[in-house]
Design a protein around this ligand. Structure first.
Ligand SMILES: C[S@@+](CC[C@H](N)C(=O)[O-])C[C@H]1O[C@@H](n2cnc3c(N)ncnc32)[C@H](O)[C@@H]1O
Length: 396
């Protein structure tokens, strides 16, 4: 078994390099200096930036260490990608380029820091508010206990536990799977509650920073306009992580959170409670029932790789219908084959370790053609470690 299996993130040492700490300058000394007059304005500003960077670096390093520890423990429980007794698997992609993986991980955090420093977006909420030790402990215990169940499910190929006649009446067939071998699939409050810890752990603390690399595309769409006049729809919003970043930065934007899972939507509602104007809609992203041309921005974060090709096409057509002329679609999902050739082996092996039936077809999809067929022109691609942010535009 290759140890490149489902091992997308760098290790803790890489993270520490990524998060340079300049601990000598504190916020309070910067504040004291700011009272000393305009002559010192530039040095004071530089010191404040240095302090902010130190804070960013230390917080990210702590997060990455925390999630890397859980990643290692989870991997131990999961065992090898090829189950004992299964025929050996011959990897098709080139061996993992570890140097490139470390560099891509560092570049992600450097880009995240630059965006914070330059005011593209704020210091992330979860870095402004330290989590309580009791919630950390609860999440850690829950994650590790559940990982043992996930491992057992993987061993016995248990990816259809959530399929039932009653569920088939409410959800499309493709949705009724234990994606990632997760307990209860998308269909319970416990699954929704555990999801963010699982995703951050999978990416050893990089998931939040990867999602945030879509915020510059939102900033471009908002630029020069009154955010209160703009409407944004997040398809497959999950627990609301991306909308939290959006509303934190543009509180006035009119946001709609859509997900097919009542449980995940419920969690999003709880997480986003401080913004009482968000509209929640439980619906299939293929057929939302929302009005034509109702949105300036439509986003989909880590939704597309969970969809079979036909559903993907339907979602793109639906988004094109929902967008106003000139509106933008921001797609955030895994990198595809060839985006980072040295990391192809990670995307080849990912669906072997996790139940991801549509991942491989997504990684091979021609996104430009898929969106062009619905009248959306590809404008820009940005890589963010194992994520790609692609922006499309509807003709004005
Ligand atoms: C991998 S999660 C991504 C969640 C979130 N966007 C994030 O950034 O973490 C996929 C989400 O898409 C939702 N989903 C999957 N298929 C869907 C569909 N056809 N319509 C609406 N939501 C769907 C799932 O319920 C789940 O919440």
């Amino acid at each position: 078994m290759s140890d490149t299996a489902a091992s997308p993130a760098g290790d803790a040492a890489t993270a520490s390099q990524a998060c340079e700490t300049h601990a000598s300058i504190t916020k309070s000394s910067a504040r004291r200096a700011s009272k000393t007059g305009p002559v010192l304005a530039a040095p004071v500003k530089a010191a404040a930036t240095t302090a902010k960077r130190a804070f960013y670096g230390a917080s990210q390093a702590a997060r990455v260490l925390w999630f890397t520890g859980h990643y290692i423990a989870g991997r131990r429980l999961m065992g090898p990608l090829t189950e004992p007794g299964d025929p050996p698997y011959a990897e098709k992609s080139a061996p993992l380029d570890r140097a490139r993986m470390g560099a891509a991980f560092r570049e992600l955090f450097e880009a995240d820091w630059r965006n914070v420093r330059d005011g593209v977006y704020k210091m992330p909420i979860d870095m402004r508010r330290a989590p309580s030790p009791s919630s950390l402990w609860r999440r850690s215990r829950d994650y590790l206990r559940d990982s043992a169940q996930v491992a057992r499910r993987k061993t016995r190929g248990g990816h259809s536990e959530v399929l039932s006649d009653a569920a088939r009446e409410r959800f499309p067939r493709y949705y009724l799977q234990n994606f990632h071998y997760q307990t209860d699939g998308w269909l319970s409050a416990a699954s929704a509650d555990r999801y963010d810890m699982q995703v951050e752990t999978l990416f050893t603390g990089a998931a939040g920073a990867m999602r945030r690399q879509a915020l510059p595309a939102v900033a471009d769409a908002v630029a020069g306009r009154d955010a209160a006049s703009l409407s944004l729809l997040d398809l497959g919003c999950g627990t609301g992580a991306f909308l939290r970043d959006v509303k934190d930065n543009w509180p006035a934007i009119r946001a709609t959170a859509l997900d097919l899972s009542p449980a995940y939507l419920g969690k999003a509602r709880a997480e986003l409670g401080r913004w009482s104007d968000i509209v929640y809609r439980q619906a299939n992203a293929e057929e939302t029932g929302l009005d034509d041309a109702a949105f300036d921005i439509v986003t989909a974060v880590y939704l597309f790789h969970e969809l079979p090709p036909r559903a993907r096409r339907n979602v793109v057509a639906e988004a094109a219908r929902l967008l106003k002329p000139g509106g933008v679609f921001v797609l955030v999902d895994t990198i595809q084959y060839g985006d980072e050739p040295g990391l192809d082996i990670l995307i080849e092996n990912f669906p072997r370790g996790f139940h991801e039936p549509y991942y491989d077809s997504y990684c091979r999809a021609d996104l430009g053609a898929l969106f062009a067929d619905a009248g959306l022109a590809r404008r820009r691609d940005a890589l963010a470690f194992l994520t790609k942010v692609t922006t499309f535009e509807k003709a004005a």
